[in-house]
Design a protein around this ligand. Structure first.
Ligand code: EPZ
Length: 416
């Protein structure tokens, strides 16, 4: 297994080009399974997860051609509406094929996703919604079997604004008979882009960006093209490093997707310059301790909770970080304490006592965003850090060590 090494405490300066969003491209790729013909998706990040999704799409029968950051999908010969356990267990987002395949074939067999590093992540909202749309759902040998001659539109109220469930319902309802209304829908920018992509394919979705999405079912969708939106979580990850270590400019992004994060970084003492497609952050002389709580969009994102803690461990005082989306997403805390941070956990809150400096150490990645927090801590630490199990970070970040090296970090990978 590869390892990433860092010699910390080097000032960062320069520019970073932001990649397309992992959490936007995965549902878009799934949506391309709904149609025959050629779909062209651009600004696709080269990640472990996008390659896994391509593998799954090819098992289902799609023809995929991935050159640079452009993905061409041909759906003419899709004939196997099944997502096998071997793939779904490595990437929960494989579950996104549920809506598209039941819409196109009236039948789908998808393995239940395994638990994630921070505990089981159920899919009950997805299944309850499909049943309401008229699908017959059975569970057999760890697989979900869903079938419906044609789904019938209806009112669906989500108990929680689940991103994945909202995505699956949007794709299933696009060709259902009649109108579907999703209340308490997710408002993440990645869901907004999925709505726009489906509408380009011929769907009829309104209320985009609100918690009430209305889908007027259509008979047929057609292949279309789309450019993936910038990855706001990658932006937040580099902003966290800049907050501690220098002055860096991030390009090709949409600052509107990070309002809650920019607000907190400014309150913590960082200077931020904004244009319509870039952000320049200058580190704070001393980081002010702030209490934050993660929320669904447009609140502070849970996917930046770990990276935010890496800032707060060097703040000038005491702070708290509560995760209201995933109560046990704190596997990075014991690893950060190995750097000499002082973090105590109580239920879904991390209590942090800021320290003056942290010291490099051997640590272990446990999930995509936890790994990012370890890189940030390693960059800020005195001495050498060794990060193990970096396959986690490769799932969600495109060439992360190259991007950090370009702005002055002493960081390298050793193939294992
Ligand atoms: C998406 O996961 C993202 N993944 C996650 O990013 C992100 O953390 C999450 O949304 C929250 O923003 C992708 O987009 C591929 P949810 P998803 O359904 O859709 C509970 C990353 O690092 N829930 O919004 O799986 C669930 O347990 C990844 O890029 C149910 O109870 O998240 C969680 O507590 C990690 N039943 C909450 O809802 C369900 O049927 C939010 O989950 C579905 C979800």
């Amino acid at each position: 297994m590869d390892k990433i090494f860092i010699i910390g405490n080097k000032p960062l300066s320069g520019e970073v080009q932001i990649s397309g969003a992992k959490n936007a491209v995965l549902p878009i790729m799934a949506a391309a399974l709904m149609v025959k013909g050629n779909s062209k998706i651009t600004r696709v990040p080269r990640l472990k997860d996008t390659f896994t999704m391509i593998q799954l799409m090819e098992i289902i029968g799609a023809k995929c051609d991935f050159e640079g950051n452009t993905l061409l999908v041909n759906g003419d010969n899709i004939n196997n509406p099944e997502a096998p356990y071997e793939l779904v267990k490595t990437m929960r987002a494989s579950f996104y094929v549920l809506g598209p395949l039941i819409s196109r074939f009236g039948f789908v067999k998808v393995s239940l996703p395994g638990g994630c590093a921070w505990g089981p992540r159920p899919v009950d909202f997805h299944l309850k919604a499909l049943e309401k749309l008229g699908a017959k759902i059975t569970l057999k040998g760890g697989y979900i079997l869903a079938e419906a001659k044609r789904l019938i539109g209806c009112k669906i109220g989500l108990d929680f604004p689940s991103v994945g469930a909202t995505g699956n319902i949007l794709m299933a309802a696009s060709t259902a008979q009649g109108k579907t209304i999703i209340s308490n829908a997710a408002r993440e920018p990645e869901i907004g882009q999925l709505c726009r992509y489906l509408n380009k394919m011929g769907a009829n979705i309104s209320g985009i960006g609100t918690t009430n999405l209305v889908i007027d079912g259509v008979e047929k969708l057609n292949a279309s093209n789309i450019e993936v939106i910038p990855d706001r979580i990658e932006v937040g990850t580099f902003l966290a490093a800049g907050a501690l270590l220098g002055k860096i400019k991030l390009n090709q992004l949409n600052p509107k997707h990070l309002k809650s994060v920019l607000q907190q970084l400014k309150k913590a003492g960082c200077h931020i310059e904004e244009t319509n497609n870039s952000l320049t952050i200058t580190k704070a002389n001393s980081i002010k301790p702030l209490n934050i709580e993660t929320k669904v969009y447009p609140g502070f994102p849970t996917d930046l909770q770990a990276q935010w803690i890496s800032i707060m461990i060097l703040a000038n005082g005491r702070s708290k970080v509560t995760d209201n989306v995933y109560y046990d997403r704190f596997s990075h805390v014991p690893e950060l304490n190995r750097f000499g941070a002082n973090i105590k956990l109580k239920k879904n809150t991390a209590f942090i006592e800021g320290v003056k400096e942290i010291i490099g150490a051997p640590v272990m990645s446990t999930d995509i965003r936890a790994s990012a927090s370890l890189i940030i801590a390693g960059l800020a630490a005195r001495g050498k850090t060794e990060i193990n199990r970096v396959y986690h970070i490769d799932r969600g970040y495109e060439n992360i060590e190259d991007k950090f090296r370009q702005i002055g970090a002493d960081i390298w990978r050793e193939k294992g």
